[in-house]
Write a protein that binds this ligand. Sequence first.
Ligand code: SF4
Length: 188
Amino acid sequence: MEISRRDFVKLFGGGTAGAAFLGVMDWDSLIEAALYDIPLRKKVGELTTICPYCAVGCGQIVATENGKVINIEGDPDHPINRGSLCSKGSAAYQIANNERRLNKIWYRAPYSQDWEEKSWDWAIPYIARKIKETRDNNWTEYQGTKLVNRTDAVAQLGGAPLDNEECYLLSKMARALGVVYLEHCARI
Ligand code: SF4
């Protein structure tokens, strides 16, 4: 059902009929519709997630309909943010629905001016091979007489949506590769 602000005002003026209608609708949806002239919220699928931007890690509720994200808002049950979001977290909907978002892999070969579309099956082994080559070609075994076994040519940057277990595994992998420039977006 859709309702405009004009409809809402009429509804309030509708006496008994309006009161009966309000009895089956939720107040948030009605007030939102009245203020912003938008359709009333429908029953949709909801999932909880963590804001991808910074290390505060605010909880969000993602509403979906027919496989498409239709709303993202703060999770009032989340112990960190209790439903509030900063301006970046409030705009997270635009990450999911943005015509400028890249959703395919584009690759430009060295010295080429053209971009090619690639698959994940191609990209993941390619990236792994590049990391290995870069590491091996820039390996420092000794600094003076001290054994260091490291590479200064690779850096790893963590992301806020990673949980403890993912951070643990990724930092283990980076250290096993000899990476010493190991950072997190929250410290930059
Ligand atoms: S960017 Fe904002 S909403 Fe997202 S986790 Fe950080 S403080 Fe929370």
